[in-house]
Design a protein around this ligand. Structure first.
Ligand code: ADP
Ligand code: ASP
Ligand code: MG
Length: 402
C-alpha cells in the first residue's frame, strides 16, 4: 500500500513530537507500506517568519515573503529525516523544487498545476520514507511559491492523487472534524463521516481544520481523506463522496474572522457600475465574497461587499485609484466583523432553516449586517465580538451538541 500522511504544525512543534511522528510513520513502513510524509512548519513558525518580515519591511515583496516562509517547511522535513535515521530507518527529505511541484505564479496564493512523481517513486523504490515539504511549490520562473495559509493539506491531497495513493491521512491537533470548532463550541460533536461538499463549504467558511482547496482537490480526484489526531489513536473523520449516515438538516457551524466589509455609498444608479467596481477588484487580484446592493433611489445606490481582511489595503488602494471612474462614491470599511455560517445538505429540502438561524440571533440579541445563502448554507455577517456567542447559540438551536 502507498500511504500519504500529513502532519500539521502542532504535530511537529518540538523534538518529542517530531520523534512521535517519526515512530508513527515507521510503524506503517515496517508493516511493508510505501510511506510519503507531508509536513507543515514547526508550531507557529510560519507566523514567526511573517512577523520577522514585517518587522523589517511592513509591506514585503510577495516573492521574498514566499522565499522566507518556505524555510519553515524545509526545516521540519530535514529534522524529520534526521529523526527517522536516528531510529534506524532510511528517509529522505525533499522540498518543492526537488520533487518538482509546479504551481501558478501568484506568490502567496499559488495553485498546484502538476507534480512530477519520478523522484519520489525512485526514493520509494530505494525503500526510503519520503518526507515532502507542505505548503510550497515552484513557478515557471523557478521561484518558490506558497499555496496560502493552511496549504499543506492541499500538498498532501495533491500528492495522494498524483501517486494514486491508497490512503491519505491528515493528522492534526484535534481528533477529527467536529460540528463546530471544538475550541469555541465545547459541546461540538465529532463526525464519523462527512461528504466532500459539506466539508468544502465548512472549510471555505472558516473551519480551518482542512484547507478548502485540499477538499476541492480530494473531490476532483476522488481521494478519500481521514482527519485524525497525531496525539492519540482515536479513529478520526472520513471525508468522502457519499456518507452512510442520514443527512442532517445542518451538519456544522463555521466562523471566519478574516473578513473586512467595504461599503461604497452614493454610486450612480446606472448600468455598468457594479461591473466597474468588481472589475477593479478582480484586476487587483482580490477575492470578493458577500455582496449587497441597495435599491437605487434618486439616481444613486450603495454597494457593500466583504473581502479577506489582509486584502483590505490593496482593495482600498485599487478603489481610490479609480475614484473618478466610479463617480467619487464615499468609501468606508469595517474590519471588526466576522462571518458565521451553517452548512448542511439537508437544508435543500427543508424550508425555514434560515428563519430558525435568524430567530436564534434575535434571541441572542445579535445584529445581522449582511446575509448570503446557497442551497446548502446560510452565512451572516456580524460584529466580530459576537462570534463565539453566535456559534454556541446556533449550534444549540440546531441541536448539534453531543
Ligand atoms: P494543523 O496545523 O494540523 O494543520 P490547524 O490549526 O490548521 O492544524 O487545524 C486544526 C484546528 O482547526 C483545530 O485545532 C481546531 O481548533 C480548528 N477547527 C476549526 N473548525 C473545526 C472543526 N469543525 N472541526 C475540528 N477542528 C476545527
Ligand atoms: N505552515 C503553513 C501555515 O502555517 C502551512 C500549513 O501549516 O498548512 O499556514
Ligand atoms: Mg492546517
Amino acid at each position: 500500500m502507498l500511504i500519504v500522511k500529513k502532519f500539521g504544525g502542532t504535530s511537529v512543534a518540538d523534538k518529542e513530537r517530531i520523534m512521535n511522528v517519526a515512530r508513527r510513520c515507521i510503524k506503517d513502513y515496517q508493516a511493508g507500506n510505501d510511506v510519503v510524509v507531508v509536513l507543515s512548519a514547526m508550531g507557529k513558525q510560519t507566523d514567526v517568519l511573517i512577523d520577522m518580515a514585517k518587522d523589517i519591511n511592513p509591506n514585503p515583496s510577495k516573492r521574498e515573503l514566499d522565499m522566507l516562509l518556505t524555510t519553515g517547511e524545509q526545516t521540519s522535513v530535514a529534522l524529520m529525516a534526521m529523526a527517522m535515521s536516528m531510529l534506524g530507518v532510511p528517509a529522505v527529505s525533499l522540498n518543492a523544487f526537488q520533487v518538482a511541484m509546479h504551481t501558478t505564479s501568484v506568490y502567496g496564493n499559488a495553485r498546484l498545476k502538476r507534480i512530477d512523481t519520478e523522484r519520489i517513486r525512485n526514493e520509494l523504490d530505494l525503500k526510503k520514507i519520503v518526507i515532502v515539504t507542505g505548503f510550497q511549490g515552484v513557478n515557471k520562473y523557478d521561484d518558490l511559491t506558497t499555496l496560502g495559509r493552511g496549504g499543506s493539506d492541499t500538498t498532501a491531497v495533491a500528492l495522494a492523487a498524483a501517486l494514486h495513493a491508497d490512503k491519505c491521512e491528515i493528522y492534526t491537533d484535534v481528533d477529527g472534524v467536529y460540528t463546530a470548532d471544538p475550541r469555541i463550541v465545547k459541546k461540538a460533536r465529532k463526525m464519523k463521516e462527512i461528504t466532500y461538499d459539506e466539508m468544502l463549504d465548512l472549510a471555505t467558511l472558516g473551519a480551518g481544520v482542512l484547507h478548502n482547496r485540499s477538499v476541492e482537490m480530494a473531490k476532483k480526484y476522488n481521494v478519500e481523506l481521514v482527519v485524525r489526531s497525531s496525539l492519540n489513536e482515536s479513529e478520526g473523520t472520513v471525508v468522502k463522496e457519499e456518507t452512510k449516515v442520514e443527512r442532517m438538516l445542518v451538519s456544522g457551524v463555521a466562523a471566519d474572522k478574516n473578513v473586512t466589509r467595504i461599503s461604497l455609498v452614493g454610486l450612480k444608479d446606472k448600468p455598468g457600475i457594479a461591473f466597474r467596481v468588481f472589475d477593479i477588484l478582480a484586476k487587483a487580484n482580490i477575492n470578493v465574497d458577500m455582496i449587497l446592493q441597495s435599491i437605487g433611489r434618486s439616481g444613486s445606490k450603495d454597494i457593500s461587499f466583504t473581502i479577506p481582511r489582509d486584502a483590505c489595503n490593496d482593495a482600498l488602494k485599487a478603489l481610490e485609484d479609480n475614484m473618478e471612474r466610479l463617480g467619487n462614491p464615499e468609501i468606508s470599511h469595517n474590519d471588526k466583523v466576522a462571518k458565521v455560517s451553517i452548512v448542511g445538505a439537508g437544508m435543500m429540502s427543508n424550508p425555514g432553516v434560515a428563519a430558525r438561524m435568524f430567530e436564534c440571533f434575535y434571541n441572542s440579541n445579535i445584529n445581522i449586517n449582511m446575509i448570503s445563502t446557497s442551497e446548502i448554507r446560510v452565512t451572516v455577517l456580524i460584529d466580530e465580538k459576537e462570534t463565539e456567542k453566535a456559534m454556541n447559540a446556533v449550534h444549540e438551536a440546531f441541536g448539534l451538541e453531543d
